[in-house]
Design a protein around this ligand. Sequence first.
Ligand code: SF4
Length: 353
Amino acid sequence: MSAAPLKSDLPVVQDTFGRPLRSLRLSVTDRCNLRCNYCMPEEEYTWLPRETLLTFEEMTTLTEFFTELGVDKVRLTGGEPLLRKDLPTLMRMLRRNPRITDLALTTNGVLLAEQAQAFYDAGLHRVTVSLDTLKPERFKALTRRDMFESVLKGIEAVGQAGFKGLKLDTVAIRGYNDDELTDLIEYGKRMEAEVRFIEYMDVGGATDWSMDKVFSRQAILALLEQRYGHIEPVIEDSSAPAQRFSLPDGTTFGIISSTTVPFCSTCDRSRLTADGMWFLCLYATQGVDLRQSLRAGVSRDEIKARILAGWQGRADRGAERRKELEPLGIRARLVEIERLREDPRLEMHTRGG
Ligand code: SF4
């Protein structure tokens, strides 16, 4: 592999809104060992055929193409990524790419306790664990799996392995866990983790979504201000989805408010499904099939040209468009169940959230 120029030498590739191609969410599997109601509420799912899943070599090659066009942040996602065997091998392969300055992982934590050390040793930079409740019975009700204790052990293993900057992602749902937000903040303090509250999103697969279940950014701030006092926004130049805030004691937390206060204007993220479909937005219904090109022997430069053209033509702002439907009273389920059965790539769990 020729020593391609590092980031500073690369031209910034921008979309039609001037947003740079910077962050790639790489789904390594569409399978999951939980059934969180806000993501996988149905009993039956159509899975991606195993033979269509990218190999680690194919993932590494495609990621290289993206990094040669400006990507420097890669997040491993799923489904549940730890269901993909031998993940440390992929991490080591990606870490050989000097242009990847931030390699992160989002997991539900169920299988993390056994693997955290191997991830650390393989060069993973950061870990985010989904944790929506501290109540075992509620966890079971939400996920339809009795795996709460495994998740807590997984979270503990992150710090023990040597990782810093652990993040805990909590989907805040009205009437479900809005009475636990301060407990989750306190738990985060004990685990030296930053909690990010995520508004319930009407993405593909969220077939149980409705606006009255959304516990908004405004409601979250009001509730936390009542408990902790004045909350300060953290001023920082970041394209990360979470807006961060600081409590009077300096504890920081984040809010990802895609439903009520969308942040599409700074979105530098795109997603590659485990079978190589490239989506320019979480709400996009059409993608670019990079696996087919790669397996058909299309040249490196030709595939990079397709990625370049795809990004330069990008005008996606899915969450903003969803919000524009509200005054019209037509903001409801994004994709019907029958359509999801036909094309599982429309499901959020195939594109890694
Ligand atoms: S909705 Fe689409 S454009 Fe908006 S922040 Fe999410 S992925 Fe980016």
